[in-house]
Design a protein around this ligand. Structure first.
Ligand SMILES: C[S@@+](CC[C@H](N)C(=O)[O-])C[C@H]1O[C@@H](n2cnc3c(N)ncnc32)[C@H](O)[C@@H]1O
Length: 278
């Protein structure tokens, strides 16, 4: 009998799968046009080939981010928390529990709590059951609990957590201020807030490339595969609209957090923010 392994889900899974199908199809289409039309439609052929290769590259990057890059980011967040092992940690927008379950492993005498509203387009096969199954497979089911709910109105008492984390969850909410106010409310005095989020891209050239494909390719794929361009356009817009690290620091201070800092990672694509409730 094969041993079951945890599955931490694929971010924007439908878009990634779509690009893995559409990318090679467009590239092959480009080659066939050159062959069959004896180079009479070179412009179209090259456009299809470039589009196809870019889809493949983007899909590979998004897949690698979900499977590998996020593990590194998760470890950075947990290192920042400096857990003793007896705390209660809340992971907001926990998805399949990548951060939640890793935190639980560091809490032999504590507890890790997750909350999510289980968006399917933000993470594939997203559900409370999937997260609890992962916790059981990782041997920490007794230290993990998961709640259904919105991060802007959480069903937790004031000052009930030693730490609050959010990984790639806050950009998708309208009224980020409400989510930050809730994170502050449920933190104990002396508690720490750590938030990992996409940021403005600041590598020369990469920003233009990112803009071009996130605005044109991702919504088009969303329409073709999921029949839902709006969700994908919203995803892209939410990254573009998300405040700069400096502006986000201002929002954190306005919510009440003290000793607010941020660290830029991955060429500026991601920013790790932290603050304290003092
Ligand atoms: C990109 S996924 C990241 C999941 C997980 N933190 C990770 O890093 O694997 C974003 C998660 O935030 C959740 N989410 C989005 N808006 C939310 C809200 N208003 N309240 C609670 N969860 C939310 C989504 O359902 C999704 O599970």
């Amino acid at each position: 009998m094969s041993r079951q392994t945890p599955d931490y889900g694929l971010d924007a899974g439908a878009a990634v799968r779509a690009m893995f199908i559409v990318g090679p199809a467009a590239a092959i289409g480009g080659f066939l046009i050159v062959r069959w039309t004896l180079s009479r439609h070179l412009g179209l052929a090259y456009t299809l080939q470039i589009f196809g290769f870019c889809c493949l590259i983007l899909a590979t990057l998004m897949f690698a981010s979900s499977r590998f890059g996020k593990l590194h980011a998760r470890d950075r967040i947990l290192a920042r928390l400096k857990l003793r092992g007896d705390e209660t940690v809340l992971d907001v927008g926990c998805g399949h529990g990548l951060l939640l379950i890793a935190a639980a492993k560091l809490l032999p005498r504590g507890h890790a709590v997750g909350i999510d509203l289980w968006s399917q387009w933000q993470q594939s096969d997203n559900s409370r059951e999937a997260t609890l199954r992962n916790a059981a497979l990782e041997g920490v089911a007794d230290r993990v609990s998961v709640h259904d709910g919105d991060m802007r109105k959480m069903p937790f008492a004031d000052r009930s957590f030693d730490a609050v984390t959010i990984a790639f969850g806050i950009r998708n909410v309208a009224r980020i201020e409400a989510a930050l106010a809730e994170a502050f409310r449920v933190l104990k005095i002396g508690g720490k807030f750590v938030c990992l989020e996409f940021s403005a891209v600041d590598v020369p050239g990469l920003d233009r490339l990112y803009e071009l494909y996130s605005v044109n390719v991702i919504p088009a794929l969303g329409r073709v595969v999921a029949g839902d361009a709006e969700s994908y356009r919203y995803l892209v817009e939410s990254i573009r609209r998300f405040p700069s690290p400096q502006a986000f620091e201002v929002m954190l201070r306005a919510a009440g957090f003290a000793r607010v800092t941020h660290k830029i990672m991955t060429g500026g694509i991601v920013a790790l923010h932290s603050g304290w409730r003092l």
